[in-house]
Design a protein around this ligand. Structure first.
Ligand code: MG
Length: 207
């Protein structure tokens, strides 16, 4: 399946323990931001560390691929607008995120959004959803989707009241605790149980 979203809508601080590990409170309503589609890469592509940006982190997430246009969708109908789920890595330049306040630069570098092969929602066991991150084969993050502060239907309904979601748009649903830095030579894999995985190596970008 090709992936060509008009936008990538991401949710921040959607797991209690992850918010806490970075010293943040859980927001009262979903905290959202955008990544540009130009950040997308696929399995096997390299994550490029931009020169001079400091710490760059992995964030393993469950990605939602919109299947049907969604505008002002009630939470009870939200799953009808989901086409597929996908493993996603919300790669983040952590020092720039703190420095800028606005997250566009920290989240928006080319290669900062690896995604795997989407799996059709009809083939997914929604009850058993969980995300796992491995770096060089070692488990660094693991959490069930049930740990989300705001669940997928709530997120889709909320976002659809702000912006129309088009088929193919991606929603990154937030990362659990355990985030950490990547260095050149690392291999990072995000897997979503019953959905699939995205594995990428990390290297320095050439200036
Ligand atoms: Mg994230």
């Amino acid at each position: 399946m090709s992936i060509s979203p008009s936008k990538i809508v991401c949710v921040g601080r959607n797991y209690v323990k992850h918010a806490a590990e970075l010293g943040n409170a859980v927001p009262a309503e979903p905290l959202i931001f955008l990544k540009p589609p130009s950040a997308l890469i696929r399995p096997g592509d390299a994550i490029l560390l931009p020169p001079g940006v400091g710490r760059v982190d992995f964030e393993g997430e469950i990605g939602v691929v919109v299947g049907r246009r969604a505008r002002h969708v009630p939470e009870s109908d939200a799953w009808d607008h989901v086409g597929a789920l996908v493993a996603l890595n919300d790669v983040t330049a952590r020092d720039l995120q703190k420095k800028d306040g606005q997250w566009t630069r920290a989240k928006g570098f080319d290669t900062f959004c690896p995604v795997g092969e989407p799996r059709s929602l009809s083939e997914v066991d929604r009850a058993g959803l969980a995300v796992t991150t491995r770096v060089n084969g070692q488990i660094r993050q693991h959490a069930p989707a049930s740990d989300m502060v705001f669940a997928i239907p709530f997120l889709l309904a909320h976002i659809s009241r702000i912006m129309t979601l088009e088929p193919g748009d991606l929603i990154a649903t937030g990362t659990p605790d355990g985030v950490g830095p990547l260095v050149a030579g690392d291999e990072v894999e995000i897997s979503v149980e019953g959905v699939g995985a995205v594995r990428n190596t990390v290297r320095e970008a050439r200036p």
